[in-house]
Structure formats: structure tokens, C-alpha cells
Write a protein of this length. Sequence first.
Length: 306
Amino acid sequence: MAPDSPAELFRRVRHIEITARRLVAEQFGGGYHSVFKGRGIEFAQIREYVPGDDVRLIDWNATARFGRPFIKLFVEERELTVMLLVDVSASMYFGSAARLKRQLAAEFCAAIAFSAIANNDRVGLILFSDRVEHIIPAKKGRRHILSLLYEVLSYQPARRLTRAETAVETACRLMHRAGTVFLVSDFLAPTDSSAALERALRMAARRHDVVAVSVRDRLEAADAALPREGLYRVEDPETGLVRTLDLGHAPTRAALTSRRAAAETERRRRFARAGAEEIALVTDGPLAEPVIAFFRRRARHLRQGV
């Protein structure tokens, strides 16, 4: 597929910005703030103890100095670092519906990025294939976010394959304080890479909030119906491997359905073991509903102390 012209890219970025800002203002902003809180705290002041205060907050030095109990007050360190890790391998250029997977990834990144800067957080970007292709350090501001979106839509990767663990490891090295990592990919890499990714996500989750954002085309979704019977020539966009499938052959259809369901189950199991939450997006589906459902699910877990 030929890359968009600069004018077309500008129109896409502007459209995504308008849509994302509307989502943030009407649906996402409060949800983002409530579920991504600053993990650190900083000392604010002391005041006299009153009945009902948490005794664990007593400042024993001040208590001894003044002869009556004082407690320490803290405030949340609100400013977070949000790192968007976006897959730009060849498989992200596929789309059988209204938009490519890479375009849907840009829409998601816009919604999260504008939510983040509305809450005074910084946003950075890592584009990856089977290696880290491009890094934009975390900053604030509208112009910075627009430049991130432009890169997500326009960047031409040097490689075609996917190794998402390289991006996760790089993000952890760049983030000096606890923050949030959004890994945006179709997660169609081979099984050997999946095991390495699970290890990388588990390490990242020890310090950061980690969210795996799966971006699939409708034809790749686990619940998608296979095309009607016939011979189909299919090509792996990353490896170039070409095969012919006979979907009129019942065992072939059954094997494809079973393999797709098994891969989906294994992917979710790996995310759960790694401590990474998941948002599932589909190219012909809405963006808002899966993200809002994630906010609600995460808020419920936080209330339950999960």
C-alpha cells in the first residue's frame, strides 16, 4: 500500500485529534484519572493528631518535640509517564473494513494521549518491529501529541517482523519512575516470541501498570466467521509465506477455527500470567466501548484491592 501524502496525513491526524478530544471530554477523561493514579506520594505538612486519624501517620519526631501527637500529611504525585509502544510491523498494514489496524492503533493512542495530558501526565512513544525502530521521549502538550500521532501513521519501518519484547524492555529502561505502559499490537508473532514477551511483560509489571492492547482485523478475530467455501490464496505479510486454503474442505475449516480459538486462549493466559491487563480492539468495531469497559473493570479491581 502506498503511503499517504503529507496533506492526507495531516487530515487524518486532525480528524483523529477532534474525535479523541471529544471522547476524552465526554467519556474517557474521568475514567483515565480514576484508574491511573500516581504511585508515589510526597510529604506536604504536619498537623496535630485528632481522634480517628491513622496512627501509622504519626510523626514521632514532631510529637516528641512539641509534646503532643502530630501526623504527617502526604499528597499524591499525580504526574505519570505514559509510554505508548506501537507495533509498526507489516501485519499492522492490513484492514478488510473501514480502517487499517495501524489506523485504529493511532486512534487509540490519541484517546489515551489526550486523556494523559489533560491530567498533566507525560506521553512518550516507541515504534517497533522486530527491533525498536523509533523513540520519542515523553513530554506534554498538544503539539507533542500531534507529532506522536503523525509518526504512528506515517513511519516507514525498516523491518517487517515483530518482536514486541524488545519494545517492552526498552520502555522499562527509559522510565525512571513508575508509570503506565500500553503495548499496542496485533500479537500475531510466532509462539517462541510469545514466551519471551510474557517474560518481558512480567518484569515490566513489577514496577509499572501494563496494558496489552490487541488490535485485530475482523477476519482475524477469534469469533469471526470464516469466508464462504472456495480456494483462497493467503500471504503472511511479515514473512511473505504464501499458502492456498480450501475452505470447502470441512477438516480444514475445523482446524483453522480450532487453531484460532486456541491461540486466543493462550494469548489471554499469557497476559494474565504476566500481570498485564488487556483491551481488545477490532477494526470494524467502536473504540469507546472496549476502553470504557476496561476503565470500569480496572476501577472495580482497584476497589476490591485486586
